[in-house]
Design a protein around this ligand. Sequence first.
Ligand code: XIL
Length: 356
Amino acid sequence: MRRREFVVGALSTGALVTTLPAASATPFAADALSGAVPYGAAIRIDELADILYSEAVRTYCKVIVAEGAMKWSDLQAVRGSFTFEPTDTLLAFAQDNDIELRGHTLAWYAALPEWAERISSAEEARTELVHHIDTVVGRYKGRIRSWDVVNEAIAEDPTPDAPYRDSVWLRHLGPDYIELALRTASEADSSAQLVLNDYEFEQPTDQARAKRKAFLDMVRGLKSRNVPLHAIGLQGHLRGESAVDSPGISSFVAELSALGLGILVTELDVIDDQLPGPIEERDKLIAARAREFLSAIGSVVRPEIVVTWGVSDQHTWVPIWFSRQDGLPNRPLPLDENYQPKELMRVIQDFTQSFA
Ligand code: XIL
């Protein structure tokens, strides 16, 4: 039914007719899969005006997150003046379509407006961090259930002496900013799910091992101080060329869930700049890499959601950092540039449905 609407919608625009219908993976039959893990994607709000884009989101997603609109630089470009319209639009789209909107993100080293980068004292940092979180979480209380409270708190290359990533928050408040952010979010909405989100845990490297250790140390510390924290977001920006450390990820997830934390896959995509060019070969490798990652998690826990960082190869952040030397477009996401499902979509479907 939904698939039909998707195809009809596409045809009525007169666009891409020759590419439809050619689904190798059908959309999720939402009603038949009430036990399945919800799938979703990061959304570019402006693209919702494109019928192919919005129909793809409606067809496949049960959960969405703003790719950019809810970061500091968008929400509070001018100090003290909040811009909520895009988020409100996205929330209305979500509610109209029975989709859950997640919040991303309340404390991050990046996507800060210039004024916030210039914060110059601990007192100022504390005041602004609390004000922002209190205002944003308070506004969406009861409407946004799950928040990436702190994003990427762990250093790129953590050492025992320097486990945390540099940021205006860390510089002025030390690692206590993490606790402050979580406590403030909890006060603003005591029923919100509070998440720490981070990346690059899955690589078979010393760096990833050190990241997992630093992250677990941080989480144990927070838990021992009774800081409100409910779940962990594994971003999952996988490197196509690099094997997943399956035992490493499985035991990491097991330790986190033993601490009573839920596990979310929040930003899955497969970075394909180092993979061979031919599409069929590349798509297979991409799908296999995602399967490895999801299986390593799923063998231990049932993740609460699987979210990809975008829905179609037409709109992906990957080329910003990982464009291919041969000039071919990246293909990191479950739908291709014409919104046709790829093998990666099949992997996600199989995975999410395996819990139904
Ligand atoms: C990225 C967006 O996709 C880009 O469009 C933007 O320019 C920079 O941020 N980890 C995260 C996301 O948590 O917020 C990032 O999103 C990608 C990496």
